[in-house]
Design a binder for this molecule. Structure first.
Ligand SMILES: Cc1cc2nc3c(=O)[nH]c(=O)nc-3n(C[C@H](O)[C@H](O)[C@H](O)COP(=O)(O)OP(=O)(O)OC[C@H]3O[C@@H](n4cnc5c(N)ncnc54)[C@H](O)[C@@H]3O)c2cc1C
Length: 525
């Protein structure tokens, strides 16, 4: 039986594309490798607790809501804003506040840096004003997408419409002439500006990384990231991120689409330069007029397609452009009365106990790293037993640090559990220095390593946050959106289908899923 579209993967991007296509009357089949939907936005149960495998919250709630309204008739979603705090040597600040208030707070904390702060914030404001209202916060999503007309990118936007400034969440067209300074900001590191204006390294790193690491982002990304943190906000939906996935899956079924879980795809079939279907792990060939891959972009091009079906330069670019790294994540079910939460003033606390030079840092030097502590049950009280709380602890962790323990897909060498346990408790002991009592309060515990994100999350080398954010590596891809691929009728959807996370993780996955569906609908009429 032939389909209009086969979607590989039931993560956020794949489910959204499928729901929109099914609603448009196309015959859609989703094939998911895992036994459940949701991809990395999956919620898993341990004891009486449910923990989020990946995303904890996201920006642009208005966009997410309107995406959901486009495919589902169910009730409105409410959103709860999350706040962010940093505790590091000589610093304790809640930084998820409007830019003006933040600048004022920083001037009070670092009065000798007042002039530099004024200049840095003025530069960020200039950049934000120049891109205001454009393409969901990034000029890069539109106007720089040369192979599709504006109407193809978003049918609600009329080609050539003036660049009116609307709310920060609404898309408008960028006149081509305005693109060049924006492109320059996109490829200029923020480090020289910050180093020339701010002499205190703690303050410089706070502005440059929203934490304690040296500035690494481009001027554009840094400004946009601050806008999301300060003005747009990071939010959690009342139905949970897993609830969004369930709604999308229901919308697929309601419109006659089909989702098969536990059904891995091993190959994308290409004939005459055009995607024509897929081969499943059970050896079944399924034909379709279009294929959408929600598998990450490297997996799609380096594992699922025969190399001879991809232009060699594209293959080289995909191989050579790095992804963001992975992390270690510890999920704790706790008796909250036993933890001293007095120093934690926001749902997300980033905590670094000491700052030692990078050269000395080992993979498990947790005292010397930023650890995110999220009190997840603040957002989702229904995920814990009555009177309990859940904490998610996340810390950057390189894939190479655990790679040697992998003996095959979901297989580990002897001793891995003990090593994982060692890492988990070492991390908890560090967090306990800011949340006394934590170790004794834990009654349920589980952990994910980069191997988990590789084998259960299906992410290449356990990457979690899209393509590398460094401006140096951004240059290779001509397009920022990778939804339309060099293989005819093959589309990418999900966080890796955008070269930059211009909306953040979940909304970018929705946006690219929506765009893939629009391109297919446009091609089908
Ligand atoms: C640890 C972690 C923390 C994160 N935190 C945040 C956060 O706080 N906020 C945020 O917005 N985002 C966060 N993200 C990013 C988050 O993953 C995304 O925002 C969102 O879940 C991405 O969805 P996606 O569409 O890219 O698909 P994915 O979640 O990557 O799902 C892809 C799907 O494709 C399936 N698949 C892959 N290969 C095949 C195949 N061969 N055959 C069949 N199926 C296949 C996979 O099994 C999976 O279900 C985090 C991610 C991780 C891993």
């Amino acid at each position: 039986m032939a389909y209009d579209t086969i979607v590989i993967g039931a993560g956020v991007g794949g489910l959204y594309a499928a729901a929109k296509l099914a609603r448009a009357g196309l015959k859609v089949l989703v094939l998911e490798k895992n036994p459940h939907i949701g991809g990395t936005s999956y919620l898993f149960r341990r004891g009486g607790y449910s923990f989020p495998m990946g995303p904890l919250a996201f920006g642009y709630p208005g966009r997410v809501e309107s995406f959901m309204e486009d495919i589902s008739l169910e009730d409105e979603i409410e959103f709860r804003r999350n706040h962010f705090q940093l505790i590091a040597p000589d610093l304790d600040i809640v930084y998820s506040q409007p830019l003006a208030g933040l600048e004022e707070d920083l001037r009070l904390l670092f009065p000798e840096e007042s002039d530099g702060l004024r200049r840095v914030f003025a530069e960020m404001r200039k950049i934000l004003n120049a891109v205001k209202g454009r393409a969901f916060g990034s000029p890069l999503a539109r106007g720089l997408y040369p192979r599709a007309s504006t109407a193809e990118v978003d049918p609600r936007v009329k080609p050539g419409a003036p660049a009116a400034v609307e709310s920060t969440e609404e898309p408008v067209v960028i006149p081509a002439a305005s693109a060049s300074p924006i492109l320059a900001w996109a490829s200029t590191s923020s480090r020289p500006l910050l180093e020339s204006q701010i002499s205190n390294a703690i303050l410089r790193n706070l502005i440059g990384s929203m934490g304690t690491e040296p500035p690494d982002m481009s001027l554009l990304n840094l400004s946009l990231t601050w806008r999301v943190m300060s003005e747009v906000g990071i939010w959690f939906p009342s139905i949970g991120i897993h609830g969004l996935c369930r709604r999308m899956a229901a919308a697929v079924g309601f419109s006659g689409g089909e989702i098969r879980t536990g059904e891995p795809v091993t190959k994308i079939l290409v004939a005459g330069g055009r995607a024509v279907g897929v081969l499943t792990a059970r050896g079944v060939e399924l034909r379709a007029s279009h294929v959408v891959s929600n598998a990450d972009y490297k997996k799609t091009f380096l594992e699922l397609i025969a190399p001879e079906d991809v232009p060699p330069d594209h293959l080289a670019l995909v191989r050579d452009t790095p992804y963001t790294e992975s992390e270690l994540c510890v999920y704790c079910g706790v008796k909250p009365g036993r933890v001293d939460f007095r120093r934690m003033r926001a749902t997300h606390l980033f905590y670094r106990r000491v700052i030692r030079p990078d050269a000395d840092r080992k993979a498990d030097d947790f005292d010397n790293m930023e650890i995110e502590v999220c009190r997840f049950s603040d957002d989702a009280p229904e995920t814990v037993p009555k009177g309990r709380a859940s904490l998610v602890l996340r810390v950057p962790f390189a894939y190479e640090a655990v790679a040697a323990w992998r003996a095959g897909e979901k297989k580990r060498k002897a001793g891995y559990c003990e090593e994982k346990n060692r890492l988990v408790w070492k991390l908890i002991r560090t967090v306990e220095t800011v949340l006394p009592g934590l170790a004794d309060a834990v009654e349920i515990i589980d952990a994910a390593t980069p191997l988990t994100y590789r084998d259960w999350g299906q992410r290449t080398l356990g990457s979690i946050a899209g393509w590398s954010w460094s401006p140096e590596t951004a240059a290779g891809f001509r397009d920022r959106l990778l939804v339309r691929t060099p293989v005819d009728r093959l589309y990418a959807a999900g966080v890796y289908a955008a070269r930059e996370l211009f909306l953040g993780g979940v909304p970018t996955a929705l946006y690219t899923g929506s765009l893939a569906a629009d391109l297919i609908i446009h091609a089908s009429v």
